[in-house]
Write a protein that binds this ligand. Structure first.
Ligand SMILES: [Zn+2]
Length: 209
């Protein structure tokens, strides 16, 4: 390390995002090793999810939750890049990756859509393009946190609208969200497509089910 860099590093030391030990990378070696064990790259077939297949990158636990929360609420985009680097899925047969859209008002409030950030990283990793226009969130919905499955489903009913169906006609699409909780988000989003695409699958960093 050059002298200037070492001075800067001592003034602004980097810490592991999980255990806060000093680390030059997002995670220290110990936490990176643990995360590697949780990178399961599993495929699920949700019964009532509206999607045919669900790709889940990590097992869900407190540490994975903490990383996703830091990505989402502290806008640490580098976490998406880091987590996607563990992805072992081959998605080359999809036409596009579609992030769960945020309502424009929510986007203005938060200034950040974690699903879009994840989708862009997945796109870099797989070479499949991201399509974020043509599907909109037309209804401002209340936060899903704390709601049960039925409430979540109701809360999101009719929340999404495909404004440019021709973009998705007969396409194989991959919907992207941060966490699969009850499946209500991906289910409602896939319903909005009303059979335009030929395949609708989902991808999440982690699943609670
Ligand atoms: Zn650590």
């Amino acid at each position: 390390m050059n002298p200037l860099r070492s001075i800067v590093a001592s003034l602004f030391p980097r810490f592991c995002y999980i255990c806060f030990a000093k680390s030059d990378d997002i995670l220290c070696e110990k936490c990176a090793e643990k995360l590697r064990d949780k990178a399961v790259s599993k495929l699920f077939f949700p019964k009532d999810g509206g999607i045919s297949r669900l790709y889940v990158l990590f097992e869900y636990d407190d540490e994975v939750r903490s990383l996703i929360e830091q990505l989402k609420y502290e806008k640490r985009k580098e976490i998406a890049h880091y987590m996607i680097s563990f992805c072992r899925f081959v998605h080359s047969n999809y036409d596009c990756i579609v992030p769960v859209p945020l309502h424009p008002v929510r986007y203005r409030e938060r200034g950040f859509n974690q699903s879009l950030v994840i989708a862009r990283e997945l796109s870099r990793h797989t070479g499949i393009p991201v399509v974020k226009s043509g599907i909109i969130r037309k209804r401002y919905t209340r936060h899903q946190t704390g709601l049960g499955k039925t409430e979540r489903k109701k809360n999101l009913e009719g929340a999404f609208k495909v404004s440019m169906p021709e973009r998705f006609q007969k396409k194989k699409i991959m919907l992207v969200d941060d966490v699969y909780t009850t499946g209500a988000t991906l289910e409602n989003l896939s319903k909005a497509f009303r059979g335009y695409p030929s395949v609708i699958d989902g991808f999440v960093l982690a699943s609670k089910v």
